[in-house]
Design a protein around this ligand. Structure first.
Ligand code: ADP
Length: 442
């Protein structure tokens, strides 16, 4: 493999400066900084690095383990370092000048090529913001499949204005993925194996509690009821563990389709009505106002999105269940709103609220607020973590706002499709469905 790298295009110098800056800043910060730091081209260098003329961009880009690829607004590769060649199997001499789609072919977990619009390089070129992806697999020149993490950032000129070019850093994460997969295989197998005996215990406890089948005295009934509650909790825990381990290693099936979210949110609200009523809570479902038609009726706005409807139902179910579970009295309000590009789903409650110090951790695995309320209410601490993974898988964002004593509000933002785009995608989806039990098509 050649130890040179090829560079073309105007933004290259800026990229190199940025890279050197990054490496040296990182190096310095690990040592706690240096008073004799020198600056060159916006970079901070130690004395010895400053004097070492060899320690330039060529040196660093030729020696780092990460593949570095620069792509121009024309989609052409303008720079390809040796590590990029090593990971992709493409000699730099051949890769430079080609369209990046031909060289950096990414496949999803199911082995399907990325849609051109969701390729991280296309996204960064189109949006001008940094895009990260560690779910893809790179199909190398020799058709080997290498799991990679990709971070693509826009290249800016020295004055800070966008150049239209992007630079991507590619890392071979085969080892990390293998370890992750071993770990989650263990969790999956263990959760799966445990669920069968738990289901049996649950079944027998239900029989023992059924007056038509078994006679138990009042004391025994009390104990059996406690055992049944604990067993149900354990069953939920294992089911959540299974889902979260799948979400972690990208095995959580997600079949996005064009859906009208108003319908899904309304169904989720209706499904929770019985539970809310049981607790004496008022459950409201509010859709932002639409336009009035000629007959004076207000039309509900249609919110089209491209998401997996079943996964979204899981998330809504979890947020609404939590709102009911943690609210002693008052109201749970589910609101659907949005603008031309975003759909927003909100779940408000008048519950105890969440302490500010807990808010940043709420969507982490197993995180539960340490309060008397949480201690008395059963839960696994996995629901919000799973919800976040699902929403992110569907290109959305989920967050919470809360004030102690005043209640909490959970928000989900999802990209909104225009009616025209939704119809076009629906047509495309329909034409891609295979006649005999084909996959999800998109
Ligand atoms: P759990 O199974 O414990 O409900 P989640 O991941 O769904 O797990 O929620 C994590 C934690 O966030 C909960 O244990 C609870 O402390 C807090 N929480 C979630 N929703 C609410 C809410 N609506 N009001 C107050 N606290 C909440």
């Amino acid at each position: 493999m050649s130890s040179t790298y090829l560079l073309a295009g105007g933004g290259g110098l800026v990229l190199i400066l940025l890279l050197i800056g990054f490496y040296f800043t990182a190096h310095r910060s690990r040592r706690g900084g240096s008073s004799s730091a020198k600056h060159r081209g916006g970079l901070t260098l130690s004395d010895s690095a400053f004097k070492n003329q060899r320690l330039g961009a060529d040196f660093i880009l030729s020696n780092i383990e990460d593949g570095v690829v620069m792509v121009g607004p024309d989609n052409q590769i303008h720079m390809f370092n040796p590590a990029a060649s090593k990971i992709s199997g493409w000699p730099a001499e051949e890769a430079v000048g080609l369209d990046f789609h031909n060289v950096l072919q990414l496949l999803d977990v199911q082995g399907r090529p990325y849609e051109p619009t969701i390729h991280p390089f296309s996204q960064a070129i189109a949006t001008g913001v940094t895009v990260r992806d560690s779910k893809g697999v790179l199909s190398t020149r020799g058709s080997k499949h290498v799991p990679v993490s990709v971070i693509v950032s826009p290249v800016t000129s020295e004055s800070g204005s966008p150049t239209g070019s992007v630079v991507g850093v590619l890392r071979d994460i085969t080892k990390e993925k293998a370890e992750e997969s071993q770990r989650s295989d263990f969790i999956s197998t263990a959760s799966h194996e445990m669920r069968t005996p738990i289901a049996a215990v649950e079944g027998y406890l239900a029989l023992a509690l059924n007056e038509k089948v078994a006679k138990v005295d009042d004391n025994a009934r009390k104990y059996l009821q406690k055992a049944a509650t604990a067993t149900t909790h354990l069953g939920t825990l294992f089911a959540d563990l299974l889902t979260s381990s799948k979400a972690e290693d990208g095995r959580l099936a997600n079949y996005p389709a064009v859906v009208e979210l108003g319908e899904i949110v309304e169904q989720a609200a209706e499904a929770a009505r019985f539970n809310a009523k049981g607790k004496g809570l008022d459950l409201r479902y509010i859709v932002s106002k639409g336009q009035e038609n000629t007959s004076g009726q207000v039309m509900r706005p249609l919110y089209y999105g491209f998401v997996d409807p079943n996964r979204l139902r899981e998330v809504l179910g979890n947020l609404i269940d939590n709102a009911i579970k943690y609210t002693g009295e008052g109201t749970v309000t589910i609101r659907l709103t949005g603008d031309s590009s975003v759909i927003q789903i909100q779940v408000h409650d008048t519950g105890p609220g969440i302490p500010p110090e807990d808010l940043p951790h709420l969507f982490q695995k197993f995180y539960r607020v340490d309060s008397s309320m949480t201690r008395t209410v059963g839960g696994t601490g996995l629901g919000l973590y799973i919800s976040r993974r699902i929403i992110e898988m569907n290109n959305g964002r989920i967050w919470v706002e809360s004030q102690l004593g005043k209640g909490s509000a959970f928000f989900i933002n999802l990209p909104r499709l225009s009616r025209e785009k939704a119809l076009e995608l629906q047509k495309r989806q329909a034409s891609q469905i295979e006649p005999l039990g084909g996959g999800p098509g998109v």
